[in-house]
Design a protein around this ligand. Structure first.
Ligand SMILES: NC(=O)C1=CN([C@@H]2O[C@H](COP(=O)(O)OP(=O)(O)OC[C@H]3O[C@@H](n4cnc5c(N)ncnc54)[C@H](O)[C@@H]3O)[C@@H](O)[C@H]2O)[C@@H](O)CC1
Ligand SMILES: Nc1ncnc2c1ncn2[C@@H]1O[C@H](COP(=O)(O)OP(=O)(O)O)[C@@H](O)[C@H]1O
Ligand SMILES: [Mg+2]
Length: 287
């Protein structure tokens, strides 16, 4: 299968136009589920990235111990408390009852502590049953979730360590072998796989995009959390998981390039957030 290198021309087609006459909610409603006692920042990074990708509303669900700190970060976030410190069946049932009716997409896993595996499976299945498009990251990347995902507009965003946990094989260092392994698993499970690294590999098993970034400053913690929010933000308007994942990784890299140029190897993932609007603006279309 031929791989294509991501370019602005390709990505421009993946970002839907906004109608002048649209109303609040028509340009994306996103749910972010993540965070834990130690990792409070991940869902915040993901949520702000989703908003900055150009969605209308982002609902951020975090354990109740994180609610006050999360709310204090930004009035733009609508925080839905998880009733337990970790993801439990009871917390998922309460969350499902509190969700907005017309949710378009969700991203789950960043910084999340999962008490019972079945609570994650129940959350994923319930959201897919409501035709919510998913971006699964970090703690949500466990093999048990794979059978739920086939051909359901789902993107998984593992780094190499999460890839091994999810698919049982470590991505090899040879680029061609890496691409083949990503394609094999994407096809086998009917999902879009975005394998993160110095070169991101994005494939749905039929089409594959590569994005070589040369932005080592992005190894700082949180840049994958930002990416998960960008994927969900784009998925909320473009149902095609491959296109949304490819556009998200390209935007994340563009922002990283600008920040590295400005700050060298001293960026934090927060710096990416302020660059997202500036790098995405040239892709805006209003009809
Ligand atoms: N401020 C925050 O709240 C932050 C929270 N974070 C959260 O921290 C949690 C743990 O994240 P980590 O990615 O550190 O997961 P882990 O530290 O649990 O890494 C999982 C496994 O993968 C291995 N691994 C990690 N990156 C790898 C790579 N590129 N190649 C090969 N092996 C690799 C690790 O050694 C480990 O064995 C995640 O839920 C993440 O979302 C991080 O994103 C950092 C920022
Ligand atoms: N050497 C590198 N050069 C450029 N980007 C990188 C490099 N290593 C990792 N990245 C990027 O950093 C992010 C890492 O994701 P992840 O490990 O999940 O981060 P975190 O969980 O800390 O948010 C991905 O977006 C990946 O593309
Ligand atoms: Mg991560």
């Amino acid at each position: 299968m031929a791989q294509k290198t991501l370019t602005s021309t390709i990505v421009k087609k993946f970002i839907p136009a906004r109608k002048s006459k649209s109303r609040k909610g028509e340009n994306g409603i996103v749910l972010v589920v993540g965070g834990s006692y130690i990792y409070h920042g991940a869902p915040i990074l993901s949520s702000i990235a989703a908003l900055r990708s150009g969605t209308d509303l982002v609902y951020t669900s975090v354990p109740k111990i994180n609610v006050a700190s999360t709310r204090s970060v930004s009035p733009n976030l609508i925080v839905i408390p998880l009733v337990d410190q970790k993801l439990t069946r009871g917390a998922v049932n309460k969350l499902l009852g509190a969700l907005p009716r017309n949710l378009d997409s969700a991203t789950i896993g960043m910084g999340l502590a999962i008490q019972e595996k079945n609570s994650l499976l129940h959350l994923v299945k319930s959201l897919l049953d409501r035709d919510v498009r998913l971006s699964l990251d970090a703690s949500a990347l466990i093999p048990d979730v794979l059978p739920l995902l086939a051909n359901k507009n789902v993107v998984v965003t593992p780094h190499a360590g999460e890839f091994k946990r999810l698919f049982g094989q470590s991505p090899p260092s040879s680029k061609n072998e890496r691409v083949k392994l990503v394609e094999k698993n994407a096809k086998k499970f009917g999902i879009t796989v975005l394998l993160k690294g110095s070169t991101d590999v994005i494939s749905n098993g039929t089409t594959t995009y590569l994005y070589e970034k040369k932005i080592p400053a992005m190894t700082v913690g949180g840049t994958g959390d930002v990416l998960s929010g960008l994927v969900a933000g784009l998925l909320s308007k473009n149902r095609k998981p491959l296109e949304s994942a490819a556009a998200a990784t390209f935007i994340n890299g563009l922002a990283g390039k600008v920040v590295q140029k400005k700050l060298g190897l001293h960026m934090t993932s927060m710096d990416l957030l302020s660059e997202i609007p500036l790098v995405m603006k040239p892709f805006d279309k209003i009809v």
